[in-house]
Ligand binder design. Structure first.
Ligand code: MG
Length: 390
């Protein structure tokens, strides 16, 4: 089998958008004096979709959500010529070809995200070629179903957060992730507001369910050291990305500071990046996203490392490329699930572009043993709401 064509298209949402409330999530821009639209770095209103065609008519689907227009350029100009004419089953060779060829500039960030999209499409092709779901190529079923946690609960007023938490409970979820609204520049009042929001959500979900806390890199080390002891009594399952992704020593210090496990890695790349995090004991939960970390080929190497270090892997975002790895990896106990809703941050755009993502039932999702590849198709339902760049 040979790859004959690579088509990368950027889908930019131009449909209705729900404006996020102020302070809906702390983020890395918060510490600057001219915040401007500080949430801009948090929103993803475009995706690049890759379709890889083969000479026997199979089309593999991959995707990348970081800086999608640039990802498309990288795929068109640099990556497509490296894989056209090649056998997709030589996936390790192709990954190394892309990684080494772009090494001067592509190792982390958008270069690796673009490689990820290609690699995901290659795995989709392999599954379709042998008529098996991708997870059956990765180790098969390691769990009956995948327990998923409801991941939204942006900071709004507390009544609204409590209503939202209750709605997830009513749907059968037993695990929830909420966002902090405030960081270092918001002073003692912000500290109090952060604590109040956790207390409010705990009041609804109780202590018999799991609650995860998300900072999205909006704190700094000093602030996190003040906050962690105050958060211990709320027994969070983890505290996510308290500081910038580059501050690995900061993660390591915080991870030893209290009983609260520190999680991270949705902005880390390849097995080299994760080896560094693991060697430093910087995270107690690994959260790569397959469409950033280097695709399925890189993610399975991170999974092997994580197993050896006894650190669980709970990928960022649900979505099929992550679910197939979670299903086939014993070191991945649960998965994230972004509820389907009106377009707000952009994570939910996945559901507007693709169809086939499984719907949770009582807090679990399942994958079909008989659906080949990733089990995704492009949806034509919302095409008019996208500006599509060929
Ligand atoms: Mg996160």
């Amino acid at each position: 089998m040979k790859i004959t064509n690579v088509r990368a298209r950027t889908f930019e949402w131009k449909g209705k958008t729900v404006p996020p409330t102020p302070h809906f999530c702390s983020n890395a821009m918060d510490e600057l004096y001219d915040k401007g639209d500080s949430m801009g770095s948090f929103r993803f209103h475009g995706w690049t979709i890759v379709e890889i065609e083969t000479d026997d008519g199979i089309v593999g689907l991959g995707n990348v959500a970081l800086a999608p227009r640039i990802a498309k350029q990288i795929i068109d100009l640099y990556l497509a010529p490296l894989i056209i004419g090649q056998d997709p089953f030589d996936y390790e060779y192709l990954w190394q070809r892309m990684y080494r060829n772009t090494h001067a500039w592509g190792r982390k960030g958008i270069g690796m995200a673009a490689i990820s999209a290609i690699d995901i499409a290659i795995w989709d092709i392999m599954g379709k070629a042998v008529n098996k779901p991708v997870f059956k190529l990765l180790g098969g079923r390691t769990k009956e179903k995948i327990p998923v946690y409801a991941s939204k609960l942006y900071k709004t007023d507390l009544d609204e957060m409590q209503r939202e938490a209750q709605s997830y409970l009513d749907q059968g979820f037993t695990m929830f992730k909420m966002r902090f609204g405030y960081g270092p520049k918001d002073g003692v009042k912000g500290v109090q507001e952060n604590l109040k929001s956790v207390e409010a959500v705990r009041e609804v979900v109780g202590y018999e369910n799991d609650l995860m806390l998300e900072c999205y890199m909006g704190w700094n080390l000093e602030y996190a050291k003040r906050m962690l002891p105050k958060l211990e009594k709320f027994e969070p399952r983890w505290l996510e990305e308290p500081v910038l992704a580059d501050d690995i020593d900061g993660y390591a210090e915080l991870n030893q500071l209290t009983s609260i496990p520190i999680s991270g890695g949705e902005h880390e790349f390849t097995s080299y990046g994760f080896k560094h995090l693991l060697d430093k004991k910087a995270v107690s939960v690994i959260q790569y996203d397959t469409n950033r970390v280097g695709g399925i080929t890189a993610a399975r190497k991170v999974n092997a490392l994580a197993e050896a270090y006894s650190v669980p892997v709970i990928p960022h975002a649900g979505q099929m490329h992550n679910y197939h790895l979670t299903m086939s990896t014993l070191a991945s106990p649960i998965a994230e699930y972004f509820p389907v809703h009106d377009v707000e941050i952009g994570n939910e755009l996945f559901y507007y572009i693709f169809k086939g993502d499984p719907e949770p039932q009582n807090g679990f999702i399942d994958l079909d043993d008989n659906l080949p590849g990733l089990g995704l198709e492009l949806s034509d339902e919302y095409l008019d709401d996208f500006n599509i760049i060929e």
